[in-house]
Ligand binder design. Sequence first.
Ligand code: UDP
Ligand code: MG
Length: 311
Amino acid sequence: MKVTYSIIAPIYNEIDNLPELHRRVSEVMKSSGESWEFILVDDGSTDGSTDKIRELAKKDKHVRPVIFARNFGHQVAITAGWDYARGDAVVIIDADLQDPPETILELAKKWKEGYEVVYAVRGEREGESWFKKFTAAMFYRIIYSITDVKIPVDTGDFRLMDRKVVDVLKQMKERHRFPRGMSAWVGFRQIGVTYRRAARVAGVTKYPFSKMLKLALNAITGFSYFPLQLATYFGFASAGISVIAIPVVIYMRIMGSGAFFGQASTLIAVLFFGGVQLISLGVLGEYIGRLYDEAKGRPLYIVREAPEDQK
Ligand code: UDP
Ligand code: MG
């Protein structure tokens, strides 16, 4: 079947948002006058969202449910969406309606002008705590400055991608994923469209601090060696300092100075370098753990129910 637009929404316990999400996306897509499908990826919901999705699929043939065997995480749910999408243009949207479905038409306009990745840039953000906004702003800027790929700042996963781009992304099988980085990495013609990020319609965020931290680590380790290089820089810097310090201390001793006598200075140096070494080991561990996960080669996700037409 030929489909122009595939809309993908990852769902994790969004039961109260589903009817409104379906209504608004349907309305917008109907007004586009083109064929579309709505891929709802249930990421191991436990609040009855799964049944709600099945119900929607029964009523509306545009809805194609992908139901996971357990919670695999937002990024993996997006990946499954890419795998099942059949459209010429693929849109990722949050299920909580923080990304207004109406913006899809603006993204589509740019796509028709020939852009292959149209990402939605968060202008204003409503209904989020200062902590969330602050950590998010820091996150985007740190990632931008240390990764090798220029990942647009203040940009989430809400975006439209051409079929060509999605076919490339489907070949990128990395386990610890950062889809916004991946879609910047592939190149193609990219452009941003600014939108107003609304407050959640219902429910609470599914991104506690621990998950945000995990996402940040995926972004950094997935797109840069900076943390590994940091240990090298630090090693050179401290070796350099000691080369200068040794003759200075010898000279001071000869001149009768009592500086650097006693245990305190030794203890501080030992603790300091002990700390630096342990942190460096931890950084190495992060990368090795990721290598190990890749080596195991397990499937990225397990589907309990695929859309009817793909069983
Ligand atoms: N989500 C998911 N799996 C998870 C966590 C979140 O599929 O483990 C979905 C969630 O249902 C929503 C989207 O990812 O559609 C974004 O999550 P959320 O709105 O909680 O994040 P925030 O907007 O607070 O950063
Ligand atoms: Mg949200």
